[in-house]
Design a protein around this ligand. Structure first.
Ligand SMILES: Nc1ncnc2c1ncn2[C@@H]1O[C@H](COP(=O)(O)OP(=O)(O)OP(=O)(O)O)[C@@H](O)[C@H]1O
Ligand SMILES: [Mg+2]
Length: 511
């Protein structure tokens, strides 16, 4: 699918600054659609062999009125001569209004009937007339596109105060679009929090006094503790300590501010100065009560904290189990049962290590290097006899998702344990403190694959060894974790000692 921006790039001769200007317009033109109670189209000119064409590069619907154009018109193209009004506005650079039939390629449904042809089985009739206002979008002294508002003829009968004020604001902003000052350069208003007209609109005169506040703006002001009549007063007089309006009036630039009134009400104040012939004639303020949004943000933060707390408790519980197992092991006579309990305790502890790291890091990404350090310490400590095994690490796997980090750390715990436990059995008679062997852990991350090697310079694997057929517990756990949980591969061979190689994908979700 082509985006509006790509459409403009491929079909027109606009340069990057002009395209950026159009993108800014599309970031804030929801407000224009709302204020004009009409559908908006953004058109650019394309020169084709058959003559000048107009291509629709953007479309916006009002939230204050029902749409006349239910179809997606972006990408539609029509010959300039089929829409003389638009062609004239583009050529003259002047705002042009008038009534005309909706041009054929754009009339994808009967414009003024509310019945859906798909529902009623009606064939769309010949389009009726609609009212168009064509505003040339100017940038750097050149007309770069055309902003067309399309409204039904009968909608003109709405003439309440709110409608008059909105339409007046729209005209002032449209004049700013035509003279190239709106949208403001460097004003990045497109974002999830951007207020729209329905959130609350306040119009401020050149002296900073409120000339109009919409019903929703009144609600927001009430929540902020304003109970007096607002018209004719300044926001400061009403006790709303904000500086955005004054700054916007003084600088002629847009200003966004978050105002916190009482600890529990937060409002986003978005000021757009209204300019006419270079002078600031007022400010349009969009007011949005963002209290609930901010509360959600805070909840999310505390949810992160709660998750970390859970990990912390799981770790504590696992450590308790580990202690219980060790206690019980100590009560037994040395032998198989005692070893089994020690082993079980060790496995529990390697899970605890992971939870310990998770309990510290926000999000579910784990710096794997920290886990590796803990695992190596554990393997080193578990060497029962007096001799020593030197363990070294090369490389790093970076940050890993918990889903990968947890099984991978269990695997490494088993492999390291095997190396220190089995590879150097022959050297059990060595002098106390003597280094009898080395274990190397090599970690590499290549694109979205993780490579892990555990090698030792010990006795090597038993002759008849086969990882696929082994029934012993430790390596069965390793095999299952690597192949089914991690979706990876494992290879083991004797090569002047034992070499275990793992190949595991970073992302598990595509399995
Ligand atoms: N690095 C190694 N060097 C030499 N032999 C090894 C090595 N790793 C594994 N082995 C051999 O493979 C066997 C199976 O290992 P596995 O981890 O499955 O069981 P285990 O270590 O004996 O018992 P546990 O279930 O407690 O881990 C070991 O008994 C040992 O003989
Ligand atoms: Mg083992």
């Amino acid at each position: 699918m082509t985006t509006p921006a790509e459409l403009a790039v491929h079909h027109t001769d606009l340069d990057e600054h002009e395209l950026a200007h159009l993108q800014r317009l599309q970031g804030s033109w929801g407000v224009l659609a709302d204020l004009s109670f009409s559908d908006l189209l953004l058109l650019a000119t394309v020169e084709r062999s058959g003559g000048s064409h107009l291509v629709v590069i953007g479309q916006m619907r009002p939230t204050t009125n029902s749409t006349l154009m239910s179809a997606d018109l972006v990408g539609h193209m029509l010959a300039a001569e089929d829409w003389p009004m638009a062609a004239t506005a583009l050529a003259s650079g002047a705002v042009t209004t008038g009534t005309a039939p909706v041009p054929e390629p754009l009339a994808l449904r009967t414009p003024l009937s509310n019945s859906d042809p798909a529902e009623t089985g009606e064939v769309p009739a010949v389009p009726e007339d609609a009212r168009f206002e064509c505003v040339p979008v100017s940038h750097g002294g050149r007309t770069v596109a055309l902003l067309v508002s399309v409204s039904a003829l009968e909608s003109r009968r709405r003439t309440g105060r709110l409608e008059r004020i909105y339409r007046d604001l729209y005209s002032r902003l449209a004049a700013m679009v035509a003279s190239g000052v709106y949208p403001f350069e460097g004003d990045d208003v497109s974002g999830e929090d951007t207020p729209r007209v329905g959130d609350g609109l306040v119009v401020i005169g050149s002296q900073g006094r409120i000339t109009y506040a919409s019903p929703n703006a009144m609600n927001a002001l009430h929540r902020m503790g304003v109970s007096a009549a607002v018209e004719g007063r300044t926001l400061n007089e009403l006790g709303v300590e904000e500086t955005a309006v004054d700054r916007s009036l003084a600088s002629g630039r847009p200003v966004i501010e978050e105002v916190e009134r009482r600890p529990d009400v937060i409002a986003l104040v978005h000021c757009t100065p209204l300019l006419a012939d270079g002078a600031v004639t007022g400010v349009m303020v969009l007011l949005r009560d963002v209290t609930d949004l901010r509360r959600l943000d805070r909840l999310l933060l505390s949810k992160d904290a709660a998750i970390r707390e859970v990990h912390h408790r799981v770790k504590n519980n696992l450590q308790t189990i580990y202690s219980l197992l060790s206690l019980q092991a100590r009560r037994l006579d040395p032998g198989e049962a005692q070893d089994a309990l020690h082993e079980a305790g060790r496995r529990v502890r390697s899970i605890a290590v992971v939870h310990e790291v998770l309990s510290r890091e926000p999000g579910d990404q784990v710096p794997f290097a920290e886990i590796v350090d803990a695992l190596i310490r554990m393997a080193r400590d578990s060497v029962v006899s007096a001799h020593q095994v030197q363990i070294s690490v090369t490389g790093d796997l970076g940050d890993l998702a918990a889903e990968t980090a947890t099984p991978l750390s269990l695997v490494l715990a088993e492999l390291l344990q095997n190396a220190v436990e089995h590879a150097f059995e022959a050297a059990a008679a060595a002098e106390p403190g003597e280094i009898v062997g080395h274990v190397d852990l090599v970690l590499t991350r290549e694109g979205d694959r993780l490579h892990v090697e555990v090698r030792d310079d010990g006795s090597g694997l038993p002759d008849d060894f086969d990882i696929e057929r082994t029934r012993s517990l430790g390596l069965s756990i390793v095999r299952d974790l690597v192949t089914s949980q991690l979706g990876g591969r494992i290879a083991m061979e004797s090569r002047s000692g034992t070499l275990v190689a793992l190949d595991v994908p970073v992302h598990l979700d595509d399995r």
